[in-house]
Design a protein. Structure first.
Length: 246
């Protein structure tokens, strides 16, 4: 199609839609590359699978504007070398001259954003990035009745996530509340993503790559081996994750 050609009648190539995604924010408190490198390395040792292909927003809201030129690209490169995938940079407006060479989308600070109010019915809509067709079963909870494949991510941003099918290795489940899997759980499951330490993970066949509750991760599954391929309830007790049979 040439530049002057017109769109065929009734043809549709795409739609622009607003969505609500739950993303991790990497909030920089320092611009010292070596400090960032060492902390990322330590984090990778504690949770080897956590950083791999994790999409993040890089926040500069609490980082002091450098007195001299800041090589923000070096920081981005280090983050990506450790497995993070930076999809946007959120920063005050005075940071923009320092970000011209990054070729990464810029987001204004939260206080500067002017998102239009979302009405109550829209807040009950569940956004997700998988083809498994999640359906709301009441305003807060989400049910998925098809397998969640490797590379897919399903999010319940307002309540519990209930999966009535297998979850493959490489898939990711996230929920503000509890996660229930009525089948094998082989991927990642992160419950209480907004800090609810009372959230739990329930599954009929435990074989997860990673589990987390309210930001506390467990990737080393050796303590849980006696529950492997069995029904399990994972919950948080203080700073530790515990497991009980279903």
């Amino acid at each position: 199609m040439t530049a002057n050609a017109s769109l065929p009648q009734n043809a549709t190539g795409f739609q622009l839609k607003r969505s609500r995604l739950t993303l991790t924010t990497l909030e920089l408190l320092s611009l010292e590359l070596e400090v960032i490198r060492l902390q990322l390395t330590e984090q990778a040792k504690l949770a080897p699978n956590l950083l791999h292909d994790m999409p993040v927003i890089l926040s500069l809201e609490k980082a002091a504007l450098p007195e001299k030129t800041c090589n923000i690209n070096a920081i981005i490169h280090e983050c990506e070398r450790m497995g993070l995938r930076i999809i946007a940079i959120r920063a005050p407006a005075h940071w923009r001259p320092y970000l011209k060479t990054t070729e990464i989308a810029y987001l204004p600070t939260l206080s500067a954003q002017s998102d239009e109010p979302i009405s109550k019915p829209q807040r009950q809509t569940v956004e997700q990035t998988t083809n498994s067709e999640p359906k709301p079963i009441h305003p807060k909870h989400v049910v998925v009745n098809k397998p969640v494949r490797s590379g897919q991510q399903v999010i319940a941003p307002e309540g519990d996530l209930i999966v009535l099918a297998p979850v493959s290795a490489g898939a990711e489940l996230l929920a503000k509340g509890n996660i229930h899997v009525y089948g094998p759980l082989r991927g990642r499951a992160l419950a209480g993503i907004e800090g609810n330490t009372n959230s739990g993970i329930f599954c009929l066949q435990f074989a997860a790559e990673l589990v987390a509750i309210a930001g506390h991760y467990m990737t080393e599954m050796t303590p849980f081996q006696s529950f492997w391929q069995k029904g399990a309830h994972i919950f948080r007790e203080g700073e530790n994750l515990q497991i009980l049979p279903l």
